[in-house]
Write a protein of this length. Sequence first.
Length: 119
Amino acid sequence: MHHADPDTAVHERLAPQDGDIIVRKIRYGGLSTTDLDQRLRAHGVTTLIIAGVSTSGVVLSTVLDAADRDYRLYVLTDGVADPDPDAHDVLLRQVLPARAHLIETAALPTLLRAGQGCR
């Protein structure tokens, strides 16, 4: 898909706010072909919360890359999905837990309030 295609538009309820970091990625991972890592580090960010529509693509690639960059990672188990339910299940049960904490979205407010060393 082309970045100008209307199907790639951000839903108005998720639209970036003033001060949000905006990047246009061109590969699966969110860090490898963008300046997102540098921008996050400039803000002192060390923790990432991951959600996405392709557990075997975007989510996996971003988690592996971010783990190699020493981010503390949380994957929202009910905030990820994949067209292949078997791949999705294997990734959530066997692969992602080695690199990230897996939590449900309902636990997110408590995590954010507690800080959990997040920045």
